[in-house]
Design a protein around this ligand. Sequence first.
Ligand code: HPA
Ligand code: ZN
Length: 335
Amino acid sequence: MTADALLLPKAELHLHIEGTLEPELAFELAARNGITLPFGSVEELRAAYSFTDLQSFLDLYYACMDVLRTREDFRDLAAAYFERAAAEGVRHAELFFDAQAHTSRGVAYADVVGGLRDAVDDAARLGVSGSLILSFLRDAPVEQAEAVWAEARRDLAGIVGVGLDSAEVGNPPGKFAAIYAEARALGLHAVAHAGEEGGPEYVWGALRDLGAERIDHGIRSLEDPELVRHLVEHRVPLTVCPFSNVRLRAVDTLAVHPLPEMLSAGLHVTVNSDDPAYFGGYAGQNLQAVAEQFGLSRGDLATLARNSVTASFASAQRQAELLADIDTWEAADGA
Ligand code: HPA
Ligand code: ZN
């Protein structure tokens, strides 16, 4: 029943492109750029993937990014992601990129965004549409975000929205309100991580202060019935990442993940992978795991896939194509 969740046509809406850096590619890029990683081998690096919370992951995540230096590196990283995504049924992907994590190391913004655009353009040959979401680091000084934004806004080709990520607790969304207001005025979409480790007040802040149209994670929204009512009434999508929540200990185990409660509350839930190289699986594997864990039917899986398409920022025409493909998948015998 669930084996072909991997082939179900879907959109990936919560994916940090830097979080797709597999250890093998990290070592390849380190060699290409003459950099020594603080790990002796692929196995040693993989063995470090044991996290106690979001911060313990972020420390490793930012350290590994040091191997990304050139436009070609960013293109190769994203090209590798698109190959994997296509093999797992992803037909549309919106990629977060942490520009500040690169510009703060002296990498040119133009090389970061240029390499990612090259890969997005090339992904069309795989039948995958893609776009970029410029994400600000909420735990860095807001002036750094403003500097990147001042550069980014001069050429927004390929960029569909702005996002907010990194360490949530103690870093409420409000200080990014002015940047978000400018981005929205330029026609960009607004999304933000909220309610991952932080409580419902961070979700309210993202909605009220940033005008967020989609909430990344949002699992702690369930603690506030008024917030749940608001999210349901306004059909605000939540990009839930089950493997991430388990690996970063936001939930104890997959068995107690709140996905079923979120679905039965009527929330517009999508299933995504976050940082798949670090958390054990890409979008299709996350879907397959929750399908097995919670005994989801073929119809339930098709609903999750439809949610991902209608929550996306893809064009109406692209959404219609993907919804038709999901209907075809649902009607087929998946045995
Ligand atoms: N949360 C916050 N910041 C991040 C994440 C996440 O799950 N992944 C990469 N940056
Ligand atoms: Zn994330």
